[in-house]
Write a protein that binds this ligand. Structure first.
Ligand code: ATP
Ligand code: MG
Length: 461
């Protein structure tokens, strides 16, 4: 409950106020002079002070006002003045009082003022908290997308970051990020944005792979009411929303010839019109495009416009797949484990053998796949020590795709193990040769009918 301190040397007024405020549930304190008031302000930190301007004289009242404000700046002070002395009230306001009432006020009047002051105080506090929260989030974003969150010590990554560091400061260079799925293209794009001069403006993502042509157009350029059925109001596009900032055009290799033309036109002077509109709009954005296709090949085969390719390929950045920079795997594991530990309150630790398996693996889904695996392990492995047995089957396989080490114990006899191996080999060869049984029989040096029998017996499908 809010605390109110009443400072008045006249006991009857003080008591009357105190009783009434207490009746409303406030926590009320009383003082009759500077000597009794200041310790209370210091110790109790009242939210509101009601101060008679004549306790016992004006000089002392002003001293209380000044000292009080010094002790606790966010305390609101209501001054009570004698009738017809607004000039004194103005002085008090100048000295830091928040409001004043002339003697003869009603109880309702003073209570109303108190409620108002408390409300203002609450808003100020909320505002302060929001600002603090904003700065905290801001720091978090800066930290999350700082380049030291992009882990890698391989030559490929060092070269990449080197190149990036030379272009972040230029707000206008267009960047084309190429790399397989899950290599960190979006992470790099965000890092470029949040470390460059546009960082206080929006970073806007458009994913071209998930949108059909007409939606992509309206997503990029926006539309005006009535542009098509369903356009019931004006809607700005991503280029407008991103003004001042960065537009990340993801999977640019997927866009249709028509949108390619529109994009090309846009990149000439960063001017466009909304769908169904005819007012040219000019924006100031940096374009970062990404693709997991080889865009040069798309150009060679005519699927991607050459002129658009050159327009966006001003700074080509290539993120190599994880399998060609295996020395990054351990670093990434450490980085991801640290993050997962923090988020899930775990303490994951990989055995040497398990790490070796992870390093030997080819990671077709790149860092994303590694991240998913560790997150899954954090949930599924009850103890934090992850050994080879805890890894999914594909990691426990031998080079030819079978998990012999860990299944050895489960065979009851050598015969059974051999049968298991035979089944495995046959089924793999069949897959490799599109179930051409004659061909597989020839490769394995078996008669065709023998092989057919074995296929049936083992139930290979
Ligand atoms: N070098 C890296 N260091 C730390 N985290 C990384 C690194 N590379 C990728 N990641 C993480 O891996 C995940 C996939 O990255 P991101 O989404 O940027 O990949 P992408 O290339 O955009 O993939 P896609 O083509 O599938 O969209 C993200 O969670 C990202 O934080
Ligand atoms: Mg992506």
């Amino acid at each position: 409950m809010a605390k109110i301190l009443i400072i008045d040397d006249e006991p009857s007024i003080r008591k009357a106020l105190a009783i009434s405020f207490r009746g409303d549930g406030y926590d009320v304190m009383e003082a009759d002079s500077k000597r009794t008031a200041l310790p209370l302000i210091e110790k109790e930190e009242p939210d509101v002070i009601v101060l008679d301007l004549f306790v016992p004289d004006e000089r002392e009242a002003f001293e209380i006002l000044n000292a009080g404000k010094e002790i606790k700046r966010d305390t609101s002070v209501i001054i009570i003045t004698a009738h017809g002395s607004t000039d004194r009230a103005v002085e008090a306001i100048k000295a830091g009082a928040d409001d004043f009432l002339e003697k003869g006020f009603t109880m309702d009047e003073i209570k109303f003022r108190i409620v108002k002051l408390l409300e203002q105080k609450r808003l100020r506090e909320e505002h302060r908290q929001l600002i603090a929260e904003y700065h905290r989030l801001r720091r978090e974003v800066d930290e999350r997308y700082s380049f030291n969150q992009f882990v890698g010590n391989s030559k490929g990554i060092k070269d990449l970051l080197n190149l990036v560091s030379r272009i972040v400061d230029d707000p206008y260079t267009t960047v084309l990020l190429q790399g397989e799925s899950g290599t960190g293209k979006e992470l790099i794009a965000r890092a470029i944005h949040y470390n460059g001069p546009r960082k206080d403006h929006p970073f806007v993502v458009v994913n071209c792979a998930t949108l059909p042509e007409h939606l992509l157009e309206s997503e990029l350029f926006g539309y005006e009411k009535g542009a098509f059925t369903g356009a019931i109001r004006d809607k700005p596009g991503k280029f407008e929303i991103a003004n001042g900032g960065t537009v990340f055009i993801d999977e640019i290799g997927e866009i249709s010839p028509k949108v390619q033309v529109e994009l090309l036109r846009f990149t000439q002077d960063y001017t466009f019109e909304r769908l169904g509109g005819n007012t040219p709009i000019t924006v100031d954005v940096r374009i970062i495009a990404a693709t997991n296709k080889r865009l040069e090949e798309e150009v060679a085969t005519g699927r991607f416009r050459e002129d658009l390719f050159y327009r966006i390929n001003v700074i080509p950045l290539y993120i190599p797949p994880l399998r060609v920079r295996k020395d990054d795997i351990r670093l990434l594991i450490n980085h991801i484990v640290e993050k997962v530990d923090r988020e899930k309150g775990r303490q994951l630790c990989f055995s040497g053998d398990a790490l070796a398996k992870l390093e030997a693996y080819d990671w077709p889904g790149n860092v994303r796949e590694l991240e998913n695996l560790i997150e899954r392990l954090a949930v599924t492995v009850p103890h934090g020590d992850i050994r080879v047995e805890d890894l999914p089957a594909e990691f426990r396989m031998d080079a030819d795709g079978m998990d012999f080490d860990s299944s050895l114990e489960s065979f009851r006899s050598l015969k059974e193990a051999i049968r298991e191996y035979e089944k495995h080999i046959i089924s793999r060869k069949l897959d490799e040769h599109h179930w051409n049984i004659s061909e597989v029989a020839r490769i394995l040096g078996e008669r065709r009918d023998t092989l057919s029998r074995k296929i049936k017996r083992y139930g290979i499908k």
